[in-house]
Design a protein around this ligand. Structure first.
Ligand SMILES: Nc1ncnc2c1ncn2[C@@H]1O[C@H](COP(=O)(O)OP(=O)(O)OP(=O)(O)O)[C@@H](O)[C@H]1O
Length: 303
């Protein structure tokens, strides 16, 4: 199956600052991919590279079998909603749909009008007068009405209130079903991603820390509880992601390769949820970056 998004050692630096380092990814078609990571992890950079807004420093990226934004026909196959997708303030919602129809050969006017009505946007309203949430809904409508094969959404729900967010995600799921589109969606709201994503990419400090199908990742990870010290000698196939020690008990999140047996020392083996899994990897990445931080004490004070 040809990957919708394929990268090999994809790297982007701004000056000396790495935004993305040696990223190898394969996103199969039909997935809804949640892209997560702390501020500055490289999420927007990855999405910008996929949308052809920026170019790599090294490595390669292909989108739908071609380089990003290769030509007009290729651009038409990708819908992109950035964090602050521009609209024309002086044009009405209806004008934006007209413009979309003129610029996109595969434009679906009925889909666009239905969506505008569903989310309660007034077609006569000037885009410059829309709220942040309404603005996001208009940008998404334009992106889906192109009937893209790949829909890239950079924190689309950040500006929405909880009710609008819920409505946005329900709408999105409806459209995903109808359009048979692959979606890559970045968000800090893990509970939202949990509702819609079947694939996960976790970035931290410019690198991919975890990637794969959500169900497979959840099946590979476990929470072990044991008396403190009983989990000190885990076999090599059982990788410790995070460990917490409290009141004589250790709680450890582990990744088990294949069918390697869980060690006998654990008195409880529990499954983990997506939020716990993501937090475990983010904690590990944050701990690693603290461990490698050079001391910030001035030389004078150290003497
Ligand atoms: N145009 C730019 N010029 C210089 N540095 C940049 C530029 N864009 C991003 N960066 C840097 O690249 C790194 C990754 O930024 P990016 O915006 O991709 O992160 P992010 O994961 O999307 O963050 P957030 O969750 O805050 O939106 C950061 O260190 C950021 O400061």
């Amino acid at each position: 199956m040809t990957a919708v998004l394929h990268t090999e050692r994809l790297t982007k630096r701004y000056g000396h600052r790495p935004a993305l380092t040696d990223v190898d990814l394969d996103i199969p078609p039909g997935r809804v991919v949640g892209l997560v990571g702390p501020n500055g992890a490289g999420k927007s950079t990855l999405l910008g590279l996929a949308g052809g807004l920026i170019t790599p420093t090294s490595g390669t990226i292909t989108v739908l079998g071609n380089r990003p934004a290769a030509n007009a026909a290729h651009l038409a196959r990708v819908g992109f909603v950035a964090q602050n997708t521009p609209v024309y303030p002086g044009l009405s919602v209806r004008d934006h749909l007209r413009l979309g129809a003129r610029l996109n050969r595969s434009w679906d006017q009925r889909l666009a009008e239905r969506r505008i009505a569903q989310v309660g946007l007034d077609p006569g309203q000037k885009a410059g007068r829309l709220s942040g949430g309404q603005h996001a809904q208009l940008a998404l409508t334009i992106a889906v009405a192109k009937r893209p094969e790949l829909l890239i959404l950079d924190e689309p729900v950040a500006a929405l209130d909880p009710l609008a967010r819920n409505q946005f995600l329900r709408n999105l799921m409806e459209f995903i079903g109808e359009l048979e589109v692959t979606v890559v969606l970045s968000s800090h709201l893990i509970s939202d991603l949990e509702q819609v994503c079947d694939h996960l990419v976790l970035l931290s400090a410019s690198r991919v820390q975890l990637a794969g199908e959500v169900d497979a990742l959840l099946a590979e990870h476990h929470r072990l509880r044991a008396a403190r010290g009983d989990l000190d000698d885990l076999p090599a196939e059982v990788e410790v992601i995070t460990a917490e020690h409290r009141a004589g008990e250790s709680t450890v999140v582990v990744r088990r390769a294949g069918t390697a047996p869980i060690p006998g020392g654990a008195h409880r083996i529990e499954s983990v949820g997506l939020e716990e899994l993501i937090l475990a990897y983010l904690t590990r990445a944050a701990d690693a970056s603290v461990a490698y931080q050079p001391t910030t004490r001035p030389m004078e004070a150290q003497r």
